[in-house]
Structure formats: structure tokens, C-alpha cells
Write a protein that binds this ligand. Structure first.
Ligand code: UGA
Length: 433
């Protein structure tokens, strides 16, 4: 099947490559010529596990083409996926200008039998608005909603091993085309949730908000564990083994970040305001997560007897989670900002983070290795759960640091073992601060 994508960002590129892998003839279009030139040279513009291999395998073949112009690259498409960004406006609303410009610029090239599929995360009602917009232009094209559920770092396997596929559409023809797109999954009996476009759009916001809710809940629970002398990891196992709850997304940490949860929750909040619906839980999730970094710095202050003067912090991890080079809304960056304001000196290490454009990180001292970052440090803070941090030689580090303190914000180390090297070890949700 001939499929085109507009927007070769993280979602468009991963989905395009994955659909090429499923046997479709895919063209990824992006107005960013630098990105397209890189892709034509089979260089992935993002760090994502498995992407370089699949790009090499299918790129520039009949299964996967890249283009920076709309024109003839669209005329034969049977299905056009829109995968452009929907950034956050100042008031928290989702900005749909890229969606509308992508549609406006492509619509004159596609045939009326081609369906347009919104894969970007868009507020409920967007497909209806696009439908009206096209009707005003005299076009009768079916608009479909098919939200993505891809996590950075595991996006390809999330795409290729889906829990479910959600499709919102109006006609049986559109549902049939979408079943053709995902034929191998239909054969594997992956549930296909067929609904109207508004419900489909809302499913995406509901899923992200619910997951963010789980994280905010376990983080608050972790604070309570500290007060009561309980252990949050065991608590998460105890709760999470109940199938109705599930163990995933119950890892306490420095708060959720990234380009999705914070933005989507605020966009949903804006939407509830517009339709005058109280959605009190959303306020609590936003507040709990916003407070998390300063709450963590308070714990650190307690460890340092309320005195940060002249302290040197070795910060391990800058990305918002492991497996990505993305630092958007990273809790580590919020910590950097607060800790700098409080007068500490920070030496950071991250194996992948790209920080040039971030005001708080552009001038940050960065070490080449985790070990190097610890020279003369008063404390090591683990902000991201990179696997390599669990493989470090801590007896070597003990000789380099000024004060042997580790504050593990991802609960990834074995406290007993770390203490055996002579460190004071602090984690979240098991120690009283
Ligand atoms: C999230 C969703 O998981 C995807 O399903 C969705 O498609 C995507 O947003 C999107 O809307 O595009 P992503 O932001 O890549 O994916 O990352 P997650 O793995 O969901 O993690 C989000 C944040 O929650 C990270 O900061 C992570 O460290 C934090 N987290 C996650 C925790 O603090 N504890 C957990 O137990 C799990």
C-alpha cells in the first residue's frame, strides 16, 4: 500500500520506518531539508533503539523514500498520515497550526480516495474541525484519528508489538483501509478499537493522563513511605501485582517529564475548562509533578544540614528518562536550575543528552564519563536511570569524591552494596529525611 507521512519527526519517522518494515511503500515528507538530506544519507536525526538498522535496511528503497516537497510525492498515496508537532501554547492549549498548514499544503495533491489520518496528539474535536476546514475548501476527504502510543527509547517495539490500535473514523471504507495498513496486527488478533474520531482523540489524552496519574500517585506515596518508615519499591510490587492495578508506571522518581505527559495534561486541562467540566484529579497531578523537583532539593538540603554553601554536585543523567537523547521537560534540568540558584556547583554527565539549546545546560560543566564527574564531589545525584550507572565501580569512585554521598532519585542501585563501599546512600521512598 502507498502511504505518505507529513512530518518526519520522532513519531512520523518511527511509524514510517515501521510501516516500511511491514511491507508498505512509504514516503516520509518533511519541510526541514537538512533532516531529509540526513535521512537520504541514512543517518537517523534522533537517537532511538533499532532505528539505524531499519533505516539502513529500507531507506532509499521502494519501501522507504524521503522528500522535502509535497507535490508528486503525494499523488499516489492511498493514506496520508499527519505526524507534525502540536506544541504547547502559552495558556497550555495545543497549538494546531502545523496540522492545518500540513493539510492545507498537501490537500491539492492527494486524490479524493486518499484518507487523511491524524496520528499527532490532538485535542478531541480536531478531526471534526479539519473536516469542516476541508469542506469549506470544497474537498470531501475522510479524516481519521489514529493516535500513537510510542515511548521514546522503545518506540519501534511499541509500534511493532502494539497492545491495541485505536481508530476513529466515519465510514466503513476508512476502517477497512486502516485494517489494511495494520494487516499483520489484525492477523495476530491485536485488538482494534473502532470508534468515532472524538472518542479516539480523547483515548490518547486519557491514556497519557492516567499514566501520569500513576506516576504522580506513586511519587506522593513515596513521600508518605518516608514519613512512615515504609518501602515504596515493595509497596509498588504489592500494589502492582494486582492485575487491576498493574506494576508498570509505578516507579517513584524525580517526576515525569518529556514532550508528552506535561503538555498533554495541560492541554486536557484547557479542554475541560472550555467545556466547563471540573476534572479535579488533573489539577492534583500537575501540582504534584510541578512541586517534585523542589521537594527533592529539600530532601537534599536535609542531608546537607541545610547548608549548600560551596557544595559540588556530580549529576548523573540529564535526559527525562533513559534510552533517549531528549531533555525536554527533564526533571534533571529543573534540579539543575534550583541547585544552581542555591549556589551549588554542578558537574554533569549523561551518555546521550543533547543540551546546546537549553539555557540552563548550555553553560553546564559536563564530564566525559560518570566517574570523571565525581572528582571532588560532595554528593552524587542519579537523576536518570541509565543502565550504565548500575555497572559503575563504586570503590574507585569512593577514592575520587570529597564526601561519599549518593542520592539515587531512580532507586536503581542496591543500597546495601553501595553502603558496603563506604557511601551514605539515600533513595526515594524508604528513608526518613
Ligand atoms: C509517553 C507515553 O508512555 C506513550 O505511550 C505516548 O505515546 C507518548 O508519551 C506520547 O504521547 O507521544 P514518553 O514520553 O516517551 O511516552 O515516555 P514514558 O516512558 O511514558 O515516560 C514519561 C515520563 O514518566 C518520564 O519522565 C519517565 O521517567 C517517567 N516515569 C515513567 C516515571 O517517573 N515512573 C515510571 O514508573 C514510569
Amino acid at each position: 500500500m502507498k502511504i505518505s507521512f507529513i512530518g518526519a519527526g520522532y513519531v512520523g519517522l518511527v511509524s514510517g520506518v515501521a510501516l516500511a518494515h511491514l511491507g508498505h511503500e512509504v514516503t516520509c515528507i518533511d519541510v526541514d531539508e537538512d533532516k531529509i538530506n540526513k535521512l537520504k544519507k541514512l543517518e537517523p536525526p534522533i537517537y532511538e533503539k533499532g532505528l539505524p538498522e531499519l533505516l539502513k535496511k529500507y531507506g532509499n528503497s521502494k519501501n522507504l523514500q524521503f522528500a522535502s516537497k509535497y507535490d508528486e510525492n503525494l499523488t499516489e498515496a492511498e493514506c496520508l498520515f499527519i505526524t507534525v508537532g502540536t506544541p504547547e501554547k502559552e495558556d497550555g492549549d495545543a497549538d494546531l497550526k502545523f496540522i492545518f498548514s500540513a493539510i492545507e499544503n498537501s490537500i491539492k495533491y492527494i486524490s479524493e480516495s486518499c484518507i487523511v489520518v491524524l496520528k499527532s496528539t490532538v485535542p478531541p474535536g480536531t478531526c471534526s474541525k479539519v473536516r469542516e476546514f476541508l469542506r469549506d475548501m470544497g474537498k470531501n476527504i475522510e479524516i481519521v484519528s489514529n493516535p500513537e502510543f510510542l515511548r521514546e527509547g522503545t518506540a519501534l517495539s511499541d509500534f511493532l508489538e502494539p497492545d491495541r490500535i485505536v481508530v476513529g473514523a466515519q465510514s466503513s471504507r476508512a476502517f477497512e483501509i486502516m485494517e489494511d495498513v495494520y494487516k499483520p496486527f489484525v492477523k495476530q488478533k491485536v485488538p482494534i478499537i473502532k470508534t468515532d474520531t472524538t472518542t479516539s482523540e480523547l483515548i490518547k489524552y486519557a491514556s497519557n493522563s492516567f499514566l501520569a496519574n500513576k506516576i504522580a500517585f506513586i511519587n506522593e506515596m513515596s513521600d508518605l513511605c518516608e514519613k512512615l518508615g515504609a518501602d515504596v519499591k515493595t509497596l509498588a510490587n504489592g500494589m502492582g501485582t494486582d492485575k487491576r492495578i498493574g506494576r508498570d508506571f509505578l516507579n517513584a522518581g524525580p517526576g515525569f517529564g518529556g514532550s508528552c505527559f506535561p503538555k498533554d495534561i495541560k492541554a486536557l486541562k484547557q479542554l475541560t475548562k472550555k467545556v466547563e467540566s471540573d476534572f479535579l484529579i488533573l489539577d492534583a497531578i500537575i501540582k504534584a509533578n510541578d512541586n517534585r523537583p523542589s521537594n527533592i532539593v529539600d530532601k537534599l538540603l536535609t542531608i546537607f544540614n541545610n547548608d549548600f554553601k560551596g557544595k559540588v554536585i556530580s549529576l548523573w543523567g540529564l535526559t527525562y528518562k533513559a534510552g533517549t537523547d531528549d531533555i525536554r521537560n527533564s526533571p534533571a534540568i529543573k534540579l539543575v536550575k534550583i541547585l544552581k540558584e542555591k549556589g551549588t556547583k554542578i558537574v554533569a554527565y549523561d551518555p546521550k543528552a543533547i543540551c546546546k539549546t537549553n539555557e540552563h545546560l548550555a553553560t553546564l560543566n559536563r564530564a566525559e564519563t560518570a566517574i570523571e564527574s565525581t572528582k571532588g564531589a560532595d554528593c552524587i545525584i542519579i537523576a536518570t536511570e541509565w543502565e550504565e550507572f548500575t555497572q559503575i565501580n563504586f570503590s574507585e569512585i569512593k577514592k575520587l569524591v570529597k564526601t561519599p554521598i549518593i542520592f539515587d532519585l531512580r532507586n536503581i542501585l542496591d543500597g546495601k552494596e553501595i553502603k558496603s563501599y563506604g557511601f551514605q546512600y539515600y533513595s526515594l521512598g524508604s528513608i526518613q529525611y
